[in-house]
Design a protein around this ligand. Structure first.
Ligand code: AMP
Ligand code: GLY
Length: 420
């Protein structure tokens, strides 16, 4: 099977790593890829958000299966263009990708599905939004309706912050994404994520994870794309997962199908769990980054079979071969991230690290220059390990971190603390 993965981050490196291990994979191309991916697969320059270009590329290279990593191509209809061309693809349609691309769309689907989530108001002008905040008081959550690269959410602990966020959003701070806002009730509890595959009809759980969004130890400081993650997430026990499936995911998928937007791909449900009851925080229509890295570490080669089964509508007959294992990923970021940071510093010591089913360094933002690996982004490496316990996996991961010679980088030393 010739496979094309779209994307360029640690998520796509982990997907490529898992797919490569499956004997079904004859040829793997990742577009655009990165320096780490280039060590295990072919990389190709291609605009992953241009459906026409992706279809032509897939046809020219006799691609049998396309796996779409990030949300932007999905929101842009790349999966639709591939399906129209008769090419097998893993990832939802543009219409179904609105579960991530529009917060108000998701809220409305949750209403129809009677799925537990935060109460909300949806506003197209600042005055009405502010009046809602004044009536409901803080804490309260202000969200830009559209895709804002994870930055369009303000959890306001006081009213002034919420009012300011509304002004910023309607003032264009998030471009088109902020032309409409959703204001939500603040939910308390512990957050964790549930990942399921869907084929338009059937649903298969492929694991749980918890990430660390704040830059600082003890979950302090600025929000980031994620400084580390681990799987499984103990707070998402089998009982809580079953409730999330019955009350949230299944009804959502049913409403999507009834409305002519059957969902096919991976659905990432961000949940807030309090007293054993899950409520939906958000959906994403792709794997999390860095959550994908720990899921792939645990699933290995079967990830390809599962994604193919989802794409071909065969999930009813698919199942996951679970091991009693734990995985963790520690993000190495450039000093200064998530604020301003330097690019171009050299990372040494990578080639001496083990690469096997228990240890893997996935590249997120790197670039090769001859033999050298240089930092080329904010989140740069995902140092990932698996073990029989979270403690064992964590020791493995930090042992690798300690062997990496990159003075311009930093890590959080406490990834996994909530579970330990
Ligand atoms: P989102 O982009 O919707 O995942 O929001 C980013 C983060 O904001 C989430 O991971 C939560 O930590 C927080 N958040 C979003 N909505 C709520 C809410 N209604 N109540 C409490 N925290 C929230
Ligand atoms: N790690 C959070 C995300 O991928 O959205």
């Amino acid at each position: 099977m010739n496979i094309l993965i779209l994307g360029s981050g640690g998520r796509e490196h982990a997907l490529a790593w898992a797919v490569m291990q499956n004997p079904k994979c004859d040829r793997l191309i990742v577009a655009p890829g990165n320096a780490g991916i280039a060590q295990i697969a072919e990389c190709a320059a291609l605009n992953a958000e241009d459906g026409g270009a992706v279809v032509s590329f897939a046809e020219e290279n006799a691609i049998d299966f396309v796996i779409i990593g990030p949300e932007a191509p999905l929101a842009n209809g790349v999966a639709d263009r591939l399906r129209e061309a008769g090419i097998l693809v893993f990832g939802p349609s543009e219409a179904a990708a609105k579960l991530e691309a529009s917060k108000s769309f998701t809220k409305e689907i949750c209403d129809a599905a009677q799925a537990p989530t935060a109460g909300y108001g949806h506003f197209t002008d600042a005055d009405a939004a502010k009046a809602h905040v004044r009536v409901n008081g803080a804490p309260i959550v202000v969200k830009a309706d559209g895709l804002a690269a994870g930055k369009g959410v303000i959890v306001a602990m006081d009213e002034a912050t919420a009012l300011e966020a509304i002004d910023d959003m309607f003032g264009g701070a998030f471009g088109g994404a902020g032309a409409e806002v959703v204001i939500e009730e603040f939910m308390e509890g512990e957050e964790a994520s549930l990942f399921v595959l869907c084929d338009g009809e059937d649903i298969l759980s492929i694991g749980t994870a918890q990430d660390h969004k704040r830059v600082g130890e003890g979950d302090t400081g600025l929000n980031t794309g994620g400084m580390g993650a681990y799987s499984p997430a103990p707070v998402l026990s089998a009982e809580v997962e079953a409730r999330a499936m019955e009350d949230i995911i299944k009804p959502t998928m049913k409403v999507m199908a009834e409305r002519g937007m059957p969902y096919q791909g991976v659905l990432y449900a961000g949940l807030m769990i309090k007293d054993g009851a899950p409520r939906l925080v958000e959906y994403n229509v792709r794997f999390g980054d860095p959550e994908c890295q720990v899921l792939m570490m645990r699933l290995g080669a079967q990830a390809l079979d599962l994604m193919q089964a989802a794409a071909e509508g065969r999930l009813a007959e698919a199942h996951v071969n679970w091991a009693e294992d734990h995985a963790i990923t520690v993000v190495m970021a450039a000093a200064g991230y998530p604020g301003a940071y330097e690019k171009g510093s050299e990372i040494k010591g990578l080639s001496a690290l083990p690469e096997d089913s228990k240890n893997m360094v996935f590249h997120a933002g790197t670039r090769a220059e001859g033999e050298k690996i240089l930092a080329a982004g904010g989140r740069v490496l995902n140092v990932t390990a698996r073990g029989d316990s979270l403690q064992e996996a964590r020791e493995r991961a930090y042992a690798m971190v300690d062997q990496i010679d990159w003075p311009e980088g930093f890590v959080r030393r406490d990834i996994g603390w909530r579970a330990l």
